[in-house]
Design a protein around this ligand. Sequence first.
Ligand code: SF4
Length: 397
Amino acid sequence: MSLQLAKRLMTEPDKRLLWKFAWNFGWKGMRAVNAFEKRRAKGVYFPAFLFLSVTNACNLRCQGCWVTPTQPPCELDLATLENIIRSSKAQGSYFFGILGGEPLLHKGLFDLMGRHPDCYFLLFTNGTLITDVVAARLHELGNVSPLISLEGLEAVSDERRGGRAVYQRTLEGVAHCRDHRLMTGVATSVCQSNFRELVSERFLRDLIGRGVLYVWYYIYRPVGAQPCPELKLTPDQIVELRRFMVEMRTRLPIIIVDAYWDDEGRALCPAATGIGHHISPSGYVEPCPPLQLAGEHVGDGTDLYERLTNSAFLREFRHAAAETTRGCVIMERPDVLLQLAEKTGARDSSGRGTVKAEMGCLSPCSSHHLPGREIREASWPYRFAKKHWFFGFGAYG
Ligand code: SF4
């Protein structure tokens, strides 16, 4: 299977884009993790990967989305983004996940990416705004991979995305990416209504046929103003998802990404390890995108390194999360997060002003930490990669 995947990688994307991916993301990503490890050994936490929600504007209204659009939209301005990127590069971190809202609504984003050809940007997008012109621009930039969210097949997807023909418009975006030979990925948030459609070999084979090179599976988190708890997965479904990914990694020529399990199948939380954190559209530093609590803000001109490494909230979060569970503390123990907010004085960074009340209403549920049900990676390249670059980073003792 590795050979077929290698053949796809060598023949489908543009060679220049593949090289950018391999060098800026692969090689520099490894070095960023090594630099993170060295800092961590000294008790200094600056993430290897940063996730930036550049705007809260969006052209869709999806079920369970935690981002609340405002009028006018709230955006990270270009000066702030420059400051973040330069500070990160100074620490050896060259990878940025770009989220929204819909990040393609942020004017100036492409120019920013073009000013940093030594970085790699993963563009989390609903894909509906990827026209032929946009795909051509992404090709020209070379250092961006569109990660397009698909939330099910047509009927379920349109219901989840809150609009008609969203599925078709998304697939048109995927087609434009293929036409321009981009490093294209698909992200899916697996929930009750789309589980059978998305956790299936047929779905992955369809993506392969559309020129998609990697797929990133998420587990639906019932958070936000309208959390839809009825959509959350059962523990058996989470194990089934894990088993499916492990098996498909050995069989299908598509890269399958998850940010939940290490090489031995033990759960971990990237935010608890400190490997990645998130900056909201309003400039608040959050542990991760769905956790809208913050102690710090980036907009006052203070160097990002100082902000992050001296953040009492992030430090306390990492300890509390790792002591509570190897899984997702939001899902398993929202009460711990409320206590933490109380203790550290962390503020609601959602713009809604209701996050603490929302958390108080969340019913604890299972996440990906299911002791005794671990499933080891069966594919050696994944086992190798996770063993060296995606593990607990000492967070769990
Ligand atoms: S707290 Fe939950 S959603 Fe956030 S990084 Fe950890 S596992 Fe993921």
